[in-house]
Design a protein around this ligand. Structure first.
Ligand code: RAM
Length: 347
């Protein structure tokens, strides 16, 4: 997998060099005669390494295709901060906006205004409602992620007892969808009947707040067995709290290998036996290639359409759980003591 990634990065770098060499840098790769197109990415917030990796992939792919990337990290993980950014992108007349939404519904008016101005819209990582997007670029199937997390909680609790969630913001569409899926999976199978979810706490994807809510969980629930944090910021904060305190509470969730390597281990000295994620760089790249396909007219966002995502190959647009459409990057990947050393330098 690592070799494949390095290979892809190399191909992208070679494509970038070729384009720069023969096209003067601003020649679009895709046949338009109006000069380089401008592709914007709006992440959830600044200061989150996951968002930075996503932006790195987006920028790399747009540049490899001869376009101009515009990367915006809003100051806070709020809808208001993103609305301000969207409005400025409309004035800048960008060709597309790819957004990791801080709220599924609150961006609708701003995104509809963008759409009316001829800007192509996709969401990535965290979706907007179906009226606000043409297609969502999803890291993995919602229920696939939900199942991985439920299985991990079941395993680490020994099949019974108290567990809690440390999430991102209470409005985050992606975390809310994963949590909803986990609850549905648990309710649908009597195997999980002895698992007791005591609280969903929100660390707002801020390290300090995530630390505080983790500490409060430990104080309020002395019998707590497992914390599941489906956010890279939340899991890193929780891992440090648990490990520093020598807590017996075990941790799982979604984490960046680079931030979590020191906490992953099978013994009592480590707080996290294993966790999951996907490649955030590839997620950004797929967001870029999708934006390019929408701008080129290679895709409109309808289910059944297929397009070539540059050197990532062909992707198909499928129907999403909310009735809109999505493109799925791949399956969640498990990180444990056997592979964490290999991955911690990649992302
Ligand atoms: C955080 C963000 C992001 C999410 C990852 C797993 O970095 O909330 O949206 O996909 O965690």
């Amino acid at each position: 997998m690592k070799k494949k990634l390095l290979g892809l990065l190399l191909t992208a770098a070679m494509a970038a060099t070729l384009l720069a060499g023969c096209g003067g840098g601003d020649t679009p790769a895709s046949g338009s005669s109006t000069g380089a197109k401008t592709y914007a990415l709006v992440t959830k917030s600044a200061g989150n390494p996951f968002n930075e990796k996503e932006a790195e992939g987006f920028k790399q792919a747009v540049e490899a295709m001869g376009g101009t990337p515009v990367i915006q990290h809003p100051e806070a993980a709020t809808a208001d901060a993103q609305i301000t950014v969207i409005q400025s992108l409309i004035s800048q007349k960008v060709d597309s906006i790819c957004i990791a939404a801080n709220d599924e519904n609150a961006l609708q008016a701003a995104l509809e205004e963008a759409k009316a101005a001829g800007i192509k819209i996709c969401s990535v990582d965290s979706t907007v409602n179906t009226a606000s997007r043409q297609v969502h670029v999803n890291q993995a199937g919602v229920n696939e992620i939900g199942q991985c997390l439920v299985d991990a909680v079941y395993d680490l609790t020994g099949g019974e007892g108290q567990w809690a969630i440390v999430s991102a913001t209470s409005q985050a569409a992606n975390q809310n969808a994963w949590i909803e899926s986990m609850k549905e999976i648990i309710a649908s199978d009597s195997k999980y009947a002895n698992l007791e979810l005591v609280e969903v706490a929100y660390g707002d994807d801020e390290p300090q707040k995530s630390t505080d809510v983790t500490q409060a969980l430990l104080t309020n629930y002395p019998d707590l067995k497992v914390i599941c944090a489906p956010t890279t910021v939340g899991i890193a904060a929780a891992a440090k709290v648990l490990q520093d305190q020598g807590s017996s509470v075990k941790l799982t969730g979604l984490g960046l290998p680079s931030e979590m390597a020191e906490y992953i281990g099978d013994d009592d000295a480590h707080s996290c036996p294993y966790m999951f994620l996907w490649n955030p760089i590839d997620l950004g790249r797929l967001g870029a290639y999708t934006s390019i396909a929408l701008v080129n007219g290679d895709a409109t966002g309808a289910a059944g359409e297929k397009f070539t995502a540059g050197d990532m190959g062909e992707y198909e647009i499928v129907t999403a759980g909310d009735g809109g459409t999505e493109i799925i990057l791949g399956a969640p990947f498990k990180f444990d003591p056997s592979n964490i050393e290999e991955w911690k330098s990649v992302y």
